[in-house]
Design a protein around this ligand. Structure first.
Ligand SMILES: O=C(O)CCC(=O)C(=O)O
Length: 279
């Protein structure tokens, strides 16, 4: 694989690798997104079963929608295979090594016309909790995202702030959960950042984007007539994290077994399936 993305990532805090997944593979993934969306929506309310979370929300335009599903790889063989795909390893390993755990496995949707699907500007590093589980998160974690649909400004593409990975942890204005916050230029200005410097991730289906845990980013509503679906897998250098599912041991894919602690603190106290609040 061309490793040009490594230099770009180190300089700018993000990179795009073009054409990683072939059209037929993307079509298979898109079918999985359809299937899982229908399954999540059929619940009628957000739902958790151990690490798997179906997060629904009420959109002012579309009514009830699914915003994301966490850890679909536990129940879907295709998504399980892709999380340990060699190509994702080849993208991430030059940055954080060959022994990798995974702490993000997430499907994101922004259905056509959906208004309330923004992610306010943030740095992922603030969500690597508990902080005691992570050593040196700045240089140990990489987020990846596979575009399922064309990913562009009008359907809610991610906007990244180049070079912000070198700014350390920024103190964002308190706006509650980022998935309920608008992408506000004022948040950037409050931090002394110039909104004109933002770059929109412009992706074709099958492209993989990656970004650093301190890279400032957010994404807006979908005002287009097409979907905006994306499959996110976030990896961490295993030696620097006591949480997460093994993904690769010395480059060898690790299948999922019984769930281990990732984000859901009550995994062992409340393992039974239950409804949770919508976003
Ligand atoms: O899908 C999106 O636009 C949000 C992605 C994001 O900001 C994140 O996962 O940190």
């Amino acid at each position: 694989m061309d490793t040009g993305h490594v230099a770009h990532y180190r300089t700018h805090g993000f990179a795009v690798v073009r054409g990683v997944f072939a059209p037929a593979e993307v079509a298979e993934l898109a079918a999985a997104f359809e299937r899982i969306y229908a399954r999540a929506l059929a619940r009628g309310q957000s739902f958790r079963s151990r690490n798997v979370l179906f997060q629904l929300a009420r959109d002012p335009v579309l009514g009830r929608i699914v915003r994301f599903v966490q850890w679909p790889a536990y129940f879907d063989p295709l998504l399980a295979r892709v999380r340990t795909d060699r190509r994702l390893f080849d993208i991430v390993a030059p940055l954080i090594g060959r022994d990798l755990k995974q702490i993000i496995n997430q499907m994101h949707w922004k259905p056509p016309g959906a208004a309330r699907v923004e992610f306010g500007y943030h740095q992922d590093i603030h969500f690597r909790r508990p902080t005691t589980a992570y050593r040196d998160p700045e240089s140990s974690f990489v987020q990846t995202m596979i575009a399922i649909d064309p990913h562009r400004p009008d359907n809610g593409a991610i906007q990244v702030y180049p070079g912000s990975h070198r700014l350390g942890r920024l103190r964002f204005p308190e706006r509650g959960r980022i998935l309920q916050a608008e992408m506000s230029a004022d948040d950037l200005k409050a931090l002394g950042l110039d909104p004109a410097r933002l770059v929109s991730l412009d992706l074709a289906p099958g492209d993989v984007a990656l970004w650093h845990p301190c890279t400032v980013h957010g994404s807006g509503p979908n005002t287009a007539a097409i979907d905006r679906r994306a499959y996110l897998n976030g990896y961490v250098a295993a030696a620097n994290c006591t949480r997460g599912e093994w993904a690769f041991r010395d480059g060898v894919p690790c299948p999922l077994g019984e769930p281990v602690l990732v984000h859901y603190e009550d995994l062992h106290r409340r393992p039974e399936p239950h409804y949770v609040d919508d976003a």
